[in-house]
Design a protein around this ligand. Structure first.
Ligand code: ATP
Length: 294
C-alpha cells in the first residue's frame, strides 16, 4: 500500500504545482475573469513547430457577446520576423496577445502557428512555443531563481545565472544578501518595474521559445532604463517570430509590418517609411511622439 501511496502523493504535489503555475500565468496576463474554459480537442496532437510563423485570419472576438472587440483582424508574421501593433488604449492590442496564447477561443476566423490551427493542438504545446514579456510582470512569491527558472523548469543554477546576466539583472541579484535565494513578489523583496521586466526577460531567454510576445510597459521607466530594456528585448527577439505591442513608436521602426489598430480594426498597415509617407494615423502618432506630446 505504501508503495502505491508515495507515488500518488507525489502526483498530488505535481498536480498542485502545475495548477499553481497556470494560475500564475493567468495573473501574469492580468486576466481577471475567464470568459469560458478553453479545452483541448479530444485527442489533439502537440503543435509541430517549424520556424514559428503566425497567422491571424479574419479573427473576430468578444469577451462579452454584446460588445465585439476584434472585427475580422488578419495579418501574418513570417517565421523570424517582427510585427508591431500600435493604436489607442482599448483598441484591442493586448487582446491579440491573449488570443495567440489561447487564453480564449475566438468567435470566427482562425489563428495558426506553422499552418496549424491553435484550437486543434494542445494548449500546453502552444504555450511552450511562446514566450511573453507582459506589461506588468507579476512575480511569484518565491525566490529570484525560481522566478527565472520558471521559463524552463529543471534549468541549472549556471543557466539561470547566464540568463540573468544576459538580461542585465545579475549584478542587482548578486548584490542582495541572499542572492538568487532572495524571496521576491508581494511578500518578498519589491522590485522596480524595470527590474521585474528584466526578470521576465531572463525567464524568456532561458525558455528560448521560437515565438515571442512583447507587451511594452505603458508605465514610464526612466529613459536610460527604457533604452537598456529595449536593447535587451531587441537581442532576445533576434531571429525569432515577434509580436510587439508597442507604445513607443521608436521601437517599431524596423518591424516587418506595423499594424495600426483602432476599435478592433486594422485601419493602416505597412512599413514605417511607407506609413509616414502616407500621412495618415501612424504619421500623426509619430509626429506627436517626436514633438514630445505623447
Ligand atoms: P492598452 O493600450 O490600454 O493596453 P489595448 O489596446 O491593449 O489597450 P485591450 O486590453 O486589448 O486593449 O482591450 C480591448 C478592449 O477589451 C477594452 O475595451 C477592454 O476594456 C476590453 N477587455 C479587456 N479585457 C477584458 C476582459 N477580461 N473582459 C472584458 N473586457 C475586456
Amino acid at each position: 500500500m505504501i508503495q502505491l501511496y508515495i507515488p500518488l502523493n507525489f502526483l498530488g504535489v505535481i498536480y498542485r504545482e502545475i495548477k499553481q503555475a497556470l494560475t500564475d500565468i493567468e495573473k501574469m496576463f492580468g486576466l481577471l475573469d475567464r470568459r469560458r474554459e478553453v479545452a483541448d480537442a479530444p485527442g489533439a496532437p502537440a503543435l509541430r513547430v517549424d520556424g514559428g510563423s503566425v497567422v491571424f485570419d479574419n479573427v473576430q472576438f468578444a469577451y462579452d457577446p454584446a460588445r465585439p472587440i476584434l472585427h475580422g483582424v488578419s495579418f501574418e508574421i513570417p517565421a523570424g520576423k517582427k510585427v508591431a501593433v500600435v493604436g489607442p488604449s482599448g483598441s484591442g492590442k493586448s487582446t491579440l496577445a491573449r488570443l495567440l496564447y489561447r487564453f480564449y477561443d475566438i468567435d470566427a476566423g482562425s489563428i495558426r502557428i506553422d499552418g496549424q490551427d491553435i484550437r486543434q493542438v494542445t494548449q500546453a504545446s502552444v504555450r511552450q512555443a511562446i514566450g511573453a514579456v507582459p506589461q506588468d510582470t507579476v512575480l511569484f512569491n518565491d525566490t529570484v531563481a525560481y522566478n527565472i527558472a520558471y521559463g524552463r523548469p529543471g534549468a541549472g543554477q549556471d543557466e539561470v545565472e547566464a540568463a540573468a546576466r544576459a538580461a542585465h539583472i545579475h549584478g542587482f541579484i548578486a548584490a542582495t544578501p541572499l542572492g538568487y535565494d532572495t524571496m521576491v513578489g508581494e511578500r518578498g523583496l519589491k522590485l522596480s518595474g524595470g527590474e521585474k521586466q528584466r526578470v521576465a526577460i531572463a525567464r524568456t531567454l532561458l525558455k528560448n521559445p521560437p515565438i515571442l510576445i512583447f507587451d511594452e510597459a505603458t508605465s514610464a521607466l526612466d529613459s536610460s532604463n527604457e533604452r537598456a530594456i529595449q536593447a535587451e528585448l531587441e537581442s532576445a527577439g533576434r531571429n525569432k517570430t515577434v509580436l510587439v505591442i508597442a507604445h513607443r513608436l521608436s521601437t517599431v521602426v524596423d518591424a516587418h509590418e506595423i499594424l495600426v489598430l483602432e476599435q478592433g480594426r486594422i485601419v493602416e498597415r505597412g512599413r514605417h517609411d511607407a506609413l509616414l509617407a502616407r500621412g495618415g494615423r501612424y504619421a500623426e502618432m509619430w509626429r506627436l511622439q517626436q514633438s514630445g506630446a505623447d
